[in-house]
Design a protein around this ligand. Structure first.
Ligand SMILES: C[C@@](CO)(OP(=O)(O)O)[C@H](O)COP(=O)(O)OP(=O)(O)OC[C@H]1O[C@@H](n2ccc(N)nc2=O)[C@H](O)[C@@H]1O
Ligand SMILES: Nc1ncnc2c1ncn2[C@@H]1O[C@H](COP(=O)(O)OP(=O)(O)O)[C@@H](O)[C@H]1O
Length: 340
């Protein structure tokens, strides 16, 4: 029988928000949400390798990143529309933070660890790529430690708890599928989606900062400063996720869903990048059932009627020399892909 693995590769999906309802911020600056997450088949990979040489030099984690071969992100890097150097390669990297959090939770000294990220999701695009890296790193490092300590891996609940401390989107990247997110987005309720939805993503050359888009929402709703919210954040509550939207998702009925997508961060994102509005209208003219800004943007998502319709839309965008890719959802959350 082979010994414990010294290398684990895990992957986690990108997401979009079919609904993103925002409420007034609490004193910590975070906004209460009612959101409907959908995991899509664009996956980040994180390979965690135990490195005795790094361990000898003292506890350490090294991180490297490459554009995943064949991914839209690789094309963006090749065309100069994205730079790998935008991804921090220090303790700010969400995969590094995730690895440290797992070691702390296990109460073990950080072993020498090499993390290698295969990036497929455009950076700062509103698709949760960094959060997917965190989720994949949580699973990969947790599995490595469990094998070496000869014990069971952490429970999904424990990993979700660690993930919530890393970022609001991370627990969903662990869970995958489709789910309502409440609170800051970390309180998840899985929902049914008994079929595939076909989406077309149009990534943008320029990223949008998530805090900047939330600040724009604050400006629109006359929240002078999060810390000044009267009575500790009393104000607008996010609208609940309507039952009709859940029914449309459960039936994977694109026509019914198209009439119901809503993103409260779309107007703020459009104020920061007004040209997105033209693109949203254009996609619908080209045959999309609906278009929306994904999360805090600026990636634009279109809903297509079928796989074939999504493929045709990608072709139409391609003829206009616009980068677009077809994805489907829901797909599973973070998982181990290989060990060695
Ligand atoms: C908007 C959403 C929609 O899913 O994601 P993106 O589209 O950016 O990926 C999320 O709310 C973002 O999630 P994530 O990017 O993980 O957030 P975090 O790292 O925890 O927080 C980044 C910043 O976003 C703001 N933030 C985040 C979540 C939330 N419920 N309220 C907020 O105000 C805060 O300013 C915070 O400092
Ligand atoms: N592993 C990572 N990959 C990408 N960005 C990361 C990572 N770790 C930290 N970051 C930081 O997080 C920011 C937001 O990244 P990302 O998750 O791609 O965006 P979004 O929240 O819009 O989905 C980046 O601009 C970068 O500074």
């Amino acid at each position: 029988m082979s010994g414990p693995a010294t290398r684990i590769t895990a992957s986690a999906p990108a997401k979009t928000n079919l609904l993103l309802h925002v409420g007034s911020p609490t004193p910590d600056g975070y906004h209460p949400l009612e959101t409907l997450f959908l995991a899509v088949d664009l996956r980040e990979t994180v390979t965690a390798t135990l490195d005795p040489a790094l361990a000898r030099r003292g506890p350490g984690i090294s991180v490297s990143v490459e554009a995943a071969p064949g991914s839209a992100y690789e094309r963006m890097v090749a065309e100069g529309a994205a730079r790998l150097s935008d991804i921090p390669l220090d303790a700010e990297n969400l995969a590094v933070r995730a690895a440290l959090a797992v070691c702390e939770a296990w109460g073990v000294a950080v072993p020498g660890l090499q993390l290698h990220i295969g990036k497929a999701v455009p950076v700062a695009g509103g698709m949760g790529g960094g959060s997917a890296d965190a989720a994949a790193a949580l699973v990969a490092v947790d599995t490595l430690l469990a094998e070496h300590l000869g014990t069971a891996a952490s429970s999904p609940e424990e990993l979700a708890r660690l993930g919530a401390e890393l970022g609001a989107d991370v627990p969903f990247m662990l869970l995958g599928g489709a789910a309502i997110g409440r609170g800051t987005g970390t309180e998840l309720e899985p929902v049914a989606a008994d079929g595939s939805l076909h989406l077309v993503l149009v990534p943008q050359d320029q990223g949008l900062s998530t805090p900047a888009v939330y600040r724009e929402w604050d400006a629109e709703h006359a929240v002078a400063s999060a810390t000044e919210a009267p009575g500790g954040g009393v104000g607008l509550a996010p609208d609940p996720v309507p039952a009709e939207t859940l029914a449309a998702l459960a039936a994977a009925d694109p026509d019914a869903l198209a009439a119901r997508v809503r993103n409260d961060l779309q107007a703020p994102a459009l104020r920061l990048l007004p040209e997105l509005e033209t693109l949203l209208n254009h996609g619908v003219q080209l045959g999309a059932l609906a278009g929306w800004v994904s999360g805090s943007g600026p990636t634009v998502c279109f809903l297509a009627h079928s796989r074939e319709a999504a493929r045709q839309l990608v072709g139409e965008f391609g003829r206009e020399r616009r980068r677009a890719l077809a994805v489907t959802g829901p797909v599973p959350g973070a998982r181990v892909d290989s060990r060695g």
